[in-house]
Design a protein around this ligand. Structure first.
Ligand code: URA
Length: 259
């Protein structure tokens, strides 16, 4: 295929590959392109310089600071494309990439889209999403202040739990989103997110209530909002987890949430 590329296209391709390398990304998927389809070597946005982060005493290898995060996220979205890498694409209406503040200190990661998310292409917009919004408000933040994503980007049929191979094929893109956002704190919502991110197979009771170092961030585990809708008694425990996060981020609850 490389013989078909013009020198300008080769230059653009090299720039893109170099950009990914600088982000620490070394695995590339090549999309199948039907015969006759023109391959546009769309360059990354011009302003995607990467500079080394100042070294931190906490983390031996600092992640590069991405200057143009929207452009970096667009590249990830482009790389996902009209994904058919796993069986979940078959029932998909809209792929749910992620939403929120690209400079967020706080990132929430759920399991996978449900029916509402699949219809709208945005994570956590249904009933569980309403509860997540309330949790975010209780922390003194707005939904627009945080970044929200899921382990899998396509809705599992009937809202079943995503299977391991589906998570395995999708989570590299989530890892790249995390590397771009570089939040200070990640909150894993529920056991599926926690187990996939941490590769620890344990009960929620054991996973909660502690910090994990994860890709230069601190990661906390709490109950999934959908679970809280079924068992509201666990909201109290969830609030403890969120308070741990708030303390670390220096957030204060609005007066109402403190009562
Ligand atoms: N549950 C999830 O895990 N993610 C969503 O986006 C919606 C519901």
């Amino acid at each position: 295929m490389s013989q078909d590329l013009t020198p300008e296209m080769k230059k653009q391709l090299a720039a893109r590959v170099n950009y990914y390398r600088e982000m620490g990304i070394h695995d590339f998927y090549r999309q199948h392109v039907a015969e006759g389809t023109q391959v546009m070597a769309k360059p990354p946005a011009e302003a995607v310089p990467v500079v080394a982060a100042p070294s931190s005493s906490l983390f031996e290898t600092p992640l590069p600071v991405i200057q143009d995060k929207p452009a970096a996220l667009n590249l990830i979205r482009e790389d996902i494309g009209d994904c058919t890498r796993c069986r979940l694409h078959k029932g998909r209406n809209k792929l749910v990439f992620g939403v929120g503040n690209v400079n967020a200190d706080l990132m929430f990661i759920g399991e996978g889209p449900g029916a509402d998310e699949d219809a709208q292409g945005e994570p956590f917009v249904g009933r569980a999403g309403q509860l997540l919004n309330n949790m975010i408000s209780a922390m003194g933040l707005k939904r627009e202040d945080v970044y929200i994503a899921n382990v899998v980007k396509c809705r599992p049929p009937g809202n079943r739990t995503p299977e391991k191979d589906e998570c395995d094929v999708c989570s590299p893109f989530l890892m790249r989103q995390i590397e771009v956002i570089q939040p200070k704190v990640i909150v894993a919502l529920g056991a599926v997110a926690a187990k996939n991110l941490l590769a620890i197979n344990d009960s929620m009771a054991n996973l909660r209530g502690r910090w994990y170092d994860f890709k230069g961030a601190r990661l906390a585990v709490t109950y999934h909002p959908a679970y809280l809708l079924r068992d509201p008694r666990q909201k109290k425990e969830t609030w403890k987890d969120l308070q741990m996060v708030m303390k670390y981020l220096g957030l204060t609850a609005p007066a109402k949430a403190q009562e």
